[in-house]
Design a protein around this ligand. Structure first.
Ligand code: BG6
Length: 484
C-alpha cells in the first residue's frame, strides 16, 4: 500500500517558544517528518521566535539536536536534515515588549499562508495576539495555534477567548488537543461512521457501558509545579478524555466538516450530567523503593491535587440514557495503555443453557501503544463435549493489518500542523466547546475543594486506588485490565 502525500502550498510557520520543550520534542520533529515525506515544499519556512539572543545558525543547531534526539521516523534519507535546516530561520522577539517585531514582520512573504504557533505560557497568548495584530500580521492569511492549558476554569477560558477574538476571527484560531491528531482517535470516527455494522447498535439499548482509560507509567516528571496546579482533572479529563468521550458518544455529523463535527461534540458536553461525589475517586501515587511519592515530586508536602482520577459519567440524551461511561486516567500506573472499550449487553436469551456461560461482545479501540482494534466475539470452544462457548478477539492490529505503514504511525502533531496549514479546523477545539467543557468541570472541582476531599493514596505500578475498583464493582461491572 502506498500512502498518498499531497504537498501543501509554501507556507511560513512561526514558532513562538521555538527553543522550548514542546518545540524540541514534538513540533520540530513533526515538521521534519512531513518534510521527509515530501509534504512540505522547499520554499516553506519555519521561523523560531524566542527571547534567547541566538543567531540563525545557533537555532539551526538546536533544531538539528532536537531531530537527532526526538525524531522516530525510519524513512528520512541521510542528508535530509541539512535540506530541512535550510528552511529554518530565527528571530529574537520579546512577547511583552517591542523588540524583534519589526524584523519578524519584514520576514513575512505577502500572500502566503502564515501560521503562528503559540508554544509558550498561556499568559503570553494575549500579548502575542495583540502584537501580531499591531504589526500587521493578523490578516486573512494568518492563523494562530494555541496549546493547552486553555484556561484553568470557565472564567479564565472565557477571558482568553475574548482576548484572542479581539485580534483574530474564530476561523483563524486553532486550539490544539493533540489527542485529536492521534491516528486511532480519527479511526474512531472512521469505524463508527464508515461501517454499517456498529452504528445501529451504538446506543443504550445494546451498549451496557463504555470505559475510557488513559494510563501512563510516567510520574509528573519535571512539570511538578504546573501539574500540581492542575491535577489529572484539568490536565487530562477536561480536554483529552472529554474529546474521546465526545467522539464516541456524538450523533453522526452530516459531514466531516469542522462545524458539523464540533456542533455534535458540543451537544454531548452539554448533555453531561453533574457528577455526584460518590461517582468520583481521586488518587495520589505513593512512594516506592527508590522513587518518591507525588508530594515530593511536585515539591509540595500539602499537595491536594490528584495524579489519578476515575469517574462514572452519565449522558442525558435519548441515545445514552442508562449507559454509564467510566473514565479513568492516572500517572505511575502499571502500564502505558490508552483504550476505549465498548461493552455490549449480553444476548437476551441463551439457547445453549446456563452451562454455556454469559457472554458479550466488546469492541476495544487501542489508542496506544499497539494501535488497533479488536472485537471480542463468542464462538464454540473447539472439540467434542457439547456446546461450550468462549470469547475470542477478532484482532486488527494496524501494524499487522496495514504492513509497514501501520507500523510507522504518524505523530499527532504531524497531522495537526498540516491541518493548520491547509486551514482545516475539524480536529481543533472551538471556543464554545472549550468553555462548555470547563462549565462541566468547574462544579466538580469546586465540589471537592469545598468538601476538603483529599485524594487517596495508591501504589505506583498498580491499577490505581482500591476505591476505583469499588466504584465500578458497585454497579456489578469491572474495569478492563491495564496492560500494554
Ligand atoms: C499532556 C498532559 O497533555 O498529555 C501530560 O499534559 C500527559 O500530563 C500527556 O502525560 C499524555 O500524552 P500522550 O500522547 O503521551 O498520551
Amino acid at each position: 500500500m502506498v500512502s498518498r502525500v499531497i504537498p501543501v502550498d509554501p507556507f511560513d510557520l512561526v514558532i513562538f517558544g521555538g527553543t522550548g520543550d514542546l518545540a524540541r520534542r514534538k513540533i520540530l520533529p513533526a515538521l521534519f517528518r512531513r518534510f521527509c515525506s515530501g509534504q512540505m515544499e522547499d520554499e516553506s519556512r519555519i521561523i523560531g521566535a524566542a527571547r534567547s539572543d541566538l543567531t540563525r545558525d545557533e537555532f539551526r543547531q538546536i533544531v538539528a539536536e532536537a531531530i537527532a534526539e526526538f525524531n522516530t521516523s525510519k524513512d528520512c534519507e541521510t542528508g535530509t536534515v541539512e535540506a530541512f535546516l535550510e528552511r529554518i530561520d530565527y528571530v529574537n522577539v520579546d512577547a511583552k515588549g517591542e523588540d524583534g517585531w519589526k524584523e519578524l514582520s519584514d520576514l513575512m512573504i505577502p500572500g502566503r499562508v502564515r501560521a503562528f504557533y503559540f508554544s509558550v505560557a498561556p499568559s503570553l497568548f494575549g500579548p502575542l495576539a495583540e502584537r501580531l495584530h499591531a504589526h500587521g500580521m493578523a490578516d486573512a492569511d494568518s492563523r494562530i495555534v494555541v496549546e493547552k492549558p486553555f484556561g484553568r476554569d470557565l472564567e479564565t477560558a472565557r477571558a482568553l477567548n475574548a482576548t484572542l477574538a479581539q485580534h483574530f476571527d474564530e476561523s483563524q484560531i486553532y486550539r490544539i488537543d493533540h489527542y485529536l491528531g492521534k491516528e486511532t482517535v480519527q479511526n474512531l470516527m472512521a469505524v463508527r461512521f464508515g461501517n454499517m455494522l456498529f452504528e445501529p447498535l451504538w446506543n443504550s439499548q445494546y451498549v451496557d457501558h463504555i470505559q475510557i482509560t488513559v494510563a501512563e507509567t510516567v510520574g509528573v516528571g519535571g512539570r511538578g509545579e504546573y501539574y500540581d496546579r492542575s491535577g489529572a482533572m484539568r490536565d487530562m479529563v477536561q480536554n483529552h478524555l472529554m474529546q474521546l468521550l465526545c467522539l464516541i458518544a456524538m450523533e453522526p455529523p452530516a459531514k466531516f466538516d469542522p462545524d458539523a463535527v464540533r456542533d455534535e461534540k458540543l451537544k454531548v458536553i452539554r448533555a453531561l450530567d453533574d457528577v455526584e461525589p460518590a461517582n468520583i475517586v481521586r488518587g495520589q501515587y505513593g512512594a516506592t523503593k527508590g522513587a518518591q511519592d507525588y508530594a515530593h515530586d511536585v515539591e509540595n508536602p500539602r499537595a491536594t491535587s490528584e495524579s489519578f482520577i476515575a469517574m462514572r459519567v452519565n449522558i442525558s440524551n435519548w441515545r445514552w440514557a442508562g449507559t454509564p461511561f467510566y473514565l479513568r486516567t492516572g500517572k505511575k500506573l502499571k502500564a502505558r495503555s490508552s483504550e476505549i472499550a465498548v461493552i455490549f449487553k449480553e444476548t437476551p436469551h441463551s439457547i445453549f443453557g446456563a452451562e454455556a456461560g454469559r457472554h458479550r461482545n466488546i469492541l476495544t479501540i487501542r489508542l496506544q501503544p499497539n494501535e488497533g482494534m479488536d472485537l471480542d466475539v463468542t464462538i464454540k470452544e473447539p472439540g467434542p463435549g457439547g456446546m461450550r462457548l468462549i470469547d475470542v478477539p477478532l484482532d486488527m492490529t494496524f501494524a499487522e493489518a496495514l504492513g509497514p505503514e501501520g507500523e510507522d504511525v504518524p505523530d499527532a502533531y504531524e497531522r495537526l500542523i498540516m491541518d493548520v496549514i491547509r486551514g482545516n479546523q475539524t480536529l481543533f477545539m472551538r471556543g464554545d466547546e472549550v468553555e462548555a467543557a470547563w462549565a462541566w468541570t468547574d462544579p466538580i472541582i469546586e465540589g471537592w475543594e469545598t468538601r476538603g476531599d483529599r485524594p487517596v493514596s495508591y501504589e505506583p505500578g498498580s491499577s490505581g486506588p482500591e476505591d476505583a475498583l469499588v466504584l465500578i464493582h458497585r454497579d456489578g461491572r469491572r474495569w478492563r485490565e491495564i496492560r500494554s
